[in-house]
Design a protein around this ligand. Structure first.
Ligand SMILES: CC(C)(COP(=O)(O)OP(=O)(O)OC[C@H]1O[C@@H](n2cnc3c(N)ncnc32)[C@H](O)[C@@H]1OP(=O)(O)O)[C@@H](O)C(=O)NCCC(=O)NCCS
Length: 215
């Protein structure tokens, strides 16, 4: 690892940089702009709970004063989902309507793809919350990967969860590279499925992996 890279707790001043990386890595490490037009709405949907409701469970990697990666976490995935449903979903929907998100052809293609996947295949996955209550998302900026940043973020987060007496953590990823990364970090594969909502963009279905690790 280059000497300049440090791992530290997320601070409010990191919010903008984290949200930018969230957007720029949303499609298995590539930009969300490939499938979605609306950076603010997308970043809200993917990260607002973590940065605004549970910032103490988030970490960043900093390289020469630049945030180059993040791990945003939640000690209880079910609590995060409940807060999202109760506090975030309705204002986000209003914001999306105000910004004309549903009128943009790219977004319509993606949203219709999700609805089709939901109707035809269902998007249910097994519930792992009891044995693995916590969750996380981790992404490193393009150009800064493969330098131990991801593994150091994971180590910092697992250490934090252990101190908080959380018995396990699980996460979903559609990225094959991400899957290999989590295996290398001692996670076990709990579930593998397929998703078709990127078919219009990628011309193929993508795998959905769920990984877990007991602490
Ligand atoms: C996946 C990701 C978080 C890993 O972080 P990183 O800093 O690049 O990874 P590290 O340098 O810490 O690598 C740790 C180990 O994972 C492996 N690994 C990391 N990325 C990998 C990839 N894309 N394919 C295969 N193995 C990978 C490394 O080879 C290394 O293995 P080793 O310990 O046996 O040498 C980062 O590359 C990334 O953000 N990728 C794009 C988006 C993504 O896939 N996110 C996954 C979460 S949804």
């Amino acid at each position: 690892m280059p000497p300049g890279i440090i791992i530290r707790k997320f601070e409010v001043r990191d919010r903008g940089a984290v949200r930018k990386i969230v957007h720029d890595t949303a499609l298995m490490g590539e930009s969300a702009a490939i499938f979605f037009q609306g950076e603010e709405v997308l970043s809200d949907a993917f990260s607002l709970y973590f940065t605004d409701y549970e910032p103490e469970s988030c970490f960043v990697a900093e390289n020469n004063a630049e945030v180059t990666g993040y791990l945003i976490g939640a000690k209880s995935k079910s609590r995060a989902e409940a807060v999202f449903a109760r506090r975030i979903a309705a204002p986000l929907l209003l914001k999306a309507l105000r910004q004309g998100i549903f009128l943009k052809p790219k977004n319509l293609i993606f949203i219709l793809g999700c609805l089709k996947d939901l109707l035809i295949n269902g998007m249910r996955t097994p519930d792992f919350n009891r044995r693995f209550p916590a969750t996380l998302h981790v992404n490193i900026k393009n150009g800064f990967r493969g330098q131990d940043t991801g593994s150091r973020l994971i180590a910092a987060y697992l250490d934090y969860l252990r101190k908080e007496k959380i018995p396990g953590v699980h996460l979903a990823t559609m990225s094959e590279g991400g899957a290999n990364f989590f295996l290398s970090q001692g996670f076990e594969l709990l579930y593998k499925g397929r998703r078709s909502y990127f078919r219009q963009v990628l011309k193929r279905d993508v795998p959905l992996f769920i990984f877990g690790r007991r602490l």
